[in-house]
Design a protein around this ligand. Structure first.
Ligand SMILES: NC(=O)c1ccc[n+]([C@@H]2O[C@H](COP(=O)([O-])OP(=O)(O)OC[C@H]3O[C@@H](n4cnc5c(N)ncnc54)[C@H](OP(=O)(O)O)[C@@H]3O)[C@@H](O)[C@H]2O)c1
Length: 340
């Protein structure tokens, strides 16, 4: 139960940003804590996931289906705890992954909700390496790229939740993982903690020359989270029969128009395959991810990093930091303690 005096603090989208979002793009209000009707449950948000996708959704150019409009509660996936339930499948006290958005309390009909076992792994991982980001990194790498032992797997945004999953899965199946990341600190972490064979700092020098040095036999798999210039450069070094997995466009987070695409000449000459991945197509493999990557974590083979700020009020600044490319690890807000 929540306390009788509790109010629901919410963060709203207020102003479309010109370029990178700024704290002034957000407002706040409080409402009464809602009461569940038949077939609904009320949950308290514990962790809120911040995702660059919502930077796109703030733009007038976003698809109508996902576009945020001024006055909307900011959207977001959450780990939440059921407080009161009139839903036949959910009980008070259970942990769930829901989409409460940027607010402390929300009602749900159970649609799109999944139950979480808090004894299996830290509950925050359900929004990162054991959640949808991990799923897209794992399935894209294992089932779509199909790396073979000894092959070179190049991964951009290597220290984010998707990149760290794709890169470590590549290493664990015997491939040689090479990362691309945005700072020397991230590159050092990718090599020393995540076990990448090498990591290229993408703003430091000549990206093409650095890819060539780190991948002298060419790139058998390129797992792309960046789009834009990084994708264009990586495509110049494809090995015969390479596979390119198009997963994200972080270079375009703050743009209305996508950056120009790469030359497709090397796709032809290396007989490469390009495949896009959308995580919703792979939800049936979530139990496999939890089992396989969960066992890698427990065995000390697989690491992850979280960038956690405290309290719902910290969300706008944390989101702006993410959109400026200054975050390091999966970006989460701890909205309430796990155990009250
Ligand atoms: N295909 C799908 O179904 C699917 C699902 C979820 C997410 N995605 C996409 O996959 C990509 C990686 O997602 P993620 O969850 O691992 O990471 P994330 O938490 O979405 O973003 C963090 C990573 O993106 C890079 N980044 C952040 N802001 C940036 C900016 N303004 N400019 C350039 N780079 C920036 C950073 O890498 P560096 O600092 O190393 O550059 C950082 O590691 C994203 O593009 C995301 O939108 C795709």
């Amino acid at each position: 139960m929540h306390d009788a005096g509790d109010r629901n603090h919410r963060i709203l989208f207020t102003l479309r940003p010109a370029g990178t979002p700024v704290p002034e793009s957000f407002g706040a209000d409080t409402t009464a804590v809602p009461t569940p009707g038949p077939g609904q449950f009320l949950s308290r948000t514990l962790y809120l996931s911040l995702d660059p996708l919502y930077g796109k959704a703030m733009r007038a150019s976003a698809d109508e289906a996902v576009r945020l409009n001024p006055g909307d509660v900011m959207s977001g996936e959450t780990v939440s705890q059921v407080l009161e339930s009139r839903h036949p499948d959910y009980r008070a006290g259970e942990y769930v992954v829901a989409r409460n958005g940027w607010q402390q309390f929300a009602l749900s009909s159970g649609q799109g909700v999944r139950r979480l076992d808090p004894n299996r792994a830290p509950i925050s991982t359900a929004l990162g390496v054991l959640g949808l980001p991990g799923l897209v990194g794992y399935t894209g790498l294992i089932y779509m790229a199909e790396p073979r032992p000894g092959q070179t797997v190049l991964v951009s945004d290597a220290t984010g939740p998707i990149g760290c999953t794709a890169g470590q899965a590549a290493r664990i199946v015997g491939a040689r993982a090479v990362g691309i990341a945005a700072s020397a600190e991230k590159c050092e972490y990718a090599v020393s903690q995540l076990g990448f064979a090498a990591c290229i700092h993408d703003h430091a020098g000549d990206l093409g020359a650095d890819i060539h040095t780190a991948c002298p036999e060419g790139v058998d798999v390129y797992f792309d989270n960046s789009g834009g210039e990084v994708l264009a450069k990586a495509m110049q070094f494809l090995a015969p029969n390479a596979r390119v997995i198009l997963c994200g466009m972080s270079e375009a987070y703050n743009m209305d128009v996508s950056p120009p695409g790469p030359s497709l000449e090397t796709v032809l000459t290396s007989r490469a395959i390009l495949r896009g991945i959308v995580v919703q197509d792979h939800l049936h493999r979530l139990p496999e991810l939890e089992k396989v990557a969960g066992s890698w974590i427990r065995a000390g083979l697989f690491r992850y990093r979280e960038d956690i700020t405290e309290g719902l009020a910290s969300a706008p600044e944390a989101f702006c930091r993410l959109m400026r490319g200054e975050s390091f690890g999966k970006v989460l807000v701890r909205v309430a303690p796990e155990h009250l």
